[in-house]
Design a protein around this ligand. Structure first.
Ligand code: APR
Length: 370
């Protein structure tokens, strides 16, 4: 078999008058060998004497010049480190990616994203490595690295891809249920059967669900120092379960319970079994914030403080219809980005809106994260 056939272009770099190709050949399992091919038209060569150091104040730029047309040059490499050497020797900021092999795209991006390229060039490389990247996804990626303090505000849309309905979409909880009949103190005190039934159904729905990739990505970004706090309206506890540690649950938690009268703790089983408080015989409830109730003071003050410090606020999966959380994004002087399945002109105050799903959008950006 003609071995030429098994050589594949791993990366093709286009320059003013030609191209450089890094070729790879899979020699079994995950082992590859590489070689570089520079076409006849040009090659770059760094001048090796000082006169050609262009001194631009703080930066010394080694001038590269075009040497006389070269014949086909090939350099063999036995592993990825050799391929990196072949790639790194070129002034990537002066060349454009024409082709990136999908098997090596992440590794090539890891090399390029560490170089100080112009925004325009870096975006071209991002799209060459990850063709599904949109301008908005790239802008969110850049904003994450440019920000010193990033806050994420999430709503029910963040958990829909975990299998939990939101409230106001066409398949949401409030489509067939009037929230005032089940999610208020009056409902608890005057129609406990309906109140209990509603939260029991929500607990059963939650039982079979777990955080999705988007929750875990936010947890990973916190560890990378890219996210500093999550303020959530969700009561499912998924951000904490997905290893985010700085989480403020502004609407409480459906996973813990108390007596509505005396406040003493209760268990899931006691609530599900519709038992009365063991101390005062009062009604048991989940620790969620019901309509008309005050938000947990510490969570609110913490979220507000983070918003006021934030350079970047990313709002994900909320209709922003419920006060006072709906006001939080306006409390920041930072850049604001809105990621939601439905985007309308009510969201025009955001610096950037991304119409899409929480999981897919976060996964798309995460491809670029180092
Ligand atoms: N990805 C992104 N956004 C989504 C997704 C998804 N997969 N699925 C739905 N959405 C969007 C919907 O288009 C909607 O705009 O998420 C938003 C969810 O809005 P709501 O259902 O109003 O939920 P939320 O904003 O969290 O409600 C706030 O209202 O009923 C109270 O206490 C409840 O905390 C809740 C509060």
């Amino acid at each position: 078999m003609d071995i030429q056939e098994s050589w594949q272009p791993i990366l093709i770099l286009g320059g003013e008058g030609g191209s450089v190709t890094i070729l790879g050949k899979n020699i079994g399992n995950t082992e590859w060998v590489f070689k570089k091919r520079t076409n006849e038209v040009f090659s770059f060569k760094e001048m090796d004497n000082d006169q050609n150091i262009e001194d631009r104040g703080t930066r010394q730029i080694k001038k590269v010049i075009k040497v006389k047309p070269s014949i086909k040059q090939t350099m063999e490499g036995t592993n990825w480190e050799d391929a990196i050497t072949m790639i790194e020797e070129f002034p990537l900021e002066q060349l454009s990616p024409k082709n990136v092999h999908p098997f090596f795209n992440k590794r090539i991006w890891d090399i390029v994203s560490k170089r100080s390229l112009s925004k325009y060039k870096l975006k071209r490389w991002a799209k060459a490595c990850f063709p599904t990247i949109t301008d908005e996804i790239f802008e969110l990626y850049e904003a994450l690295y440019a920000s010193i303090h990033t806050v994420v505000l999430t709503g029910a849309g963040m958990s829909v891809e975990s299998g939990i309905p939101d409230f106001r979409s066409k398949s949401g909880w409030w489509k067939n249920i009037d929230p005032l009949t089940v999610a208020t103190v009056e409902a608890l005190e005057e129609n406990y059967d309906l109140f209990h039934e509603f939260y029991t159904v929500r607990l059963k729905t939650l039982g079979g669900c777990k955080p999705h990739e988007g929750h875990h990505i936010l947890g990973k970004w916190e560890k990378k120092g890219l996210v500093h706090e999550i303020a959530t309206q969700n009561v499912d506890g998924f951000h904490t379960m997905a290893s985010s540690s700085q989480v403020d649950q502004l609407h409480g938690s459906i996973r813990t319970f108390r007596c509505h009268q005396c406040g003493s703790e209760a268990s899931l089983d006691q609530f599900i079994n519709k038992e009365s408080c063991s101390l005062c015989n009062g009604k048991l409830r989940p620790n969620v914030v019901l309509f008309g109730e005050m938000l947990p003071e510490q969570a609110w003050n913490n979220a507000l403080n983070h918003m006021q410090r934030a350079n970047l606020v990313i709002v994900i999966g909320t209709s922003l219809k419920v006060y006072p959380v709906s006001q939080l994004p306006q409390m920041t002087n930072g850049k604001t980005i809105y990621i939601n399945k439905e985007v309308n002109d009510l969201h025009s105050f955001f610096d950037l809106t991304i119409e899409g799903s929480a999981k897919e959008t976060l996964s798309s950006v995460d491809q670029l994260i180092r």
